[in-house]
Design a protein around this ligand. Structure first.
Ligand SMILES: [Zn+2]
Ligand SMILES: [Zn+2]
Length: 231
């Protein structure tokens, strides 16, 4: 019965490739062409900055978070999928990335027991847990919820953005760290290991500031996971 219903729904709402939108088989997330351009990071990565070892940026930046893990570099199909997810809000994309991010994290940090998953908040004065409407949807919160489900731990909106700031990607590396200072607040807590989720890591300035605030609020260790990493 369940399968009949799924087939019936598929007729009207066929599953689409999360990169190009082409209709795909209900059991896959990407069409064959886009799948070929999806290149998971297979080389050894630096656990502190998340980059492949030869692109390690630890000399430039010292982070508050203990470690970071990402399944893909910000290129090819992964880059396109993140872009379309951010602006289209496709739930299939969130589930896809949530699953691979969780798998990657377990693989990179097998001994770390995560107490809860949280997200970098997107919108000022709004906790990172509401994703009801398309234009107001919080892409990091939705990703974080999917990662939490995969890891079987709770999702907690611990952070809030209480000040507006400039758009990060228009700024230089140093400016990005200054631009996020004092922009976030964290709820008091006593978690040992919190996993902080965002869609992309570039300089890591936002993740670092959010980690700092979580630690000031009582979290012992912060780990990060992003869908893609810009090395
Ligand atoms: Zn495709
Ligand atoms: Zn490094």
């Amino acid at each position: 019965m369940k399968s009949f219903l799924a087939d019936f729904l598929y007729l009207f709402y066929p599953k689409r490739c999360i990169v190009c939108g082409r209709v795909v088989h209900p059991t896959v997330d990407l069409c064959e062409d886009c799948e070929k351009e999806l290149k998971p990071i297979t080389v050894k990565t630096c656990q502190k900055c998340g980059n492949p070892k030869k692109l390690c940026c630890c000399k430039r930046y010292v982070y508050h978070f203990r470690g970071i893990s990402s399944p893909y570099l910000n290129e090819g199909s992964a880059q396109k999928a993140v872009y379309f997810y951010k602006f289209g809000g496709n739930k299939d994309s969130a589930q896809f990335f949530g699953k691979v991010m969780a798998e990657r994290f377990i693989n990179d940090f097998p001994d770390i027991e995560i107490d809860c998953v949280t997200a970098v908040p997107r919108n000022r004065k709004k906790r990172a847990d509401k994703d009801n409407t398309l234009w107001r949807f919080d892409h990091s919160a939705r990703l974080a919820k999917c990662v939490a489900r995969e890891l079987s731990v709770p999702y907690k909106p611990l952070l809030i953005k209480h000040k507006s700031n400039k758009v990060q990607h228009l700024l230089s590396g140093k400016e990005r760290f200054q631009n996020v200072k004092g922009v976030y607040k964290a709820e008091q807590n006593n978690f040992v290991n919190v996993l902080l989720i965002d869609d992309i890591k570039t300089t890591g300035a936002t993740l670092d500031e959010c980690s700092r605030m979580l630690m000031l609020a009582g979290t012992e260790n912060v780990y990060c996971a992003t869908a893609v990493i810009s090395a």
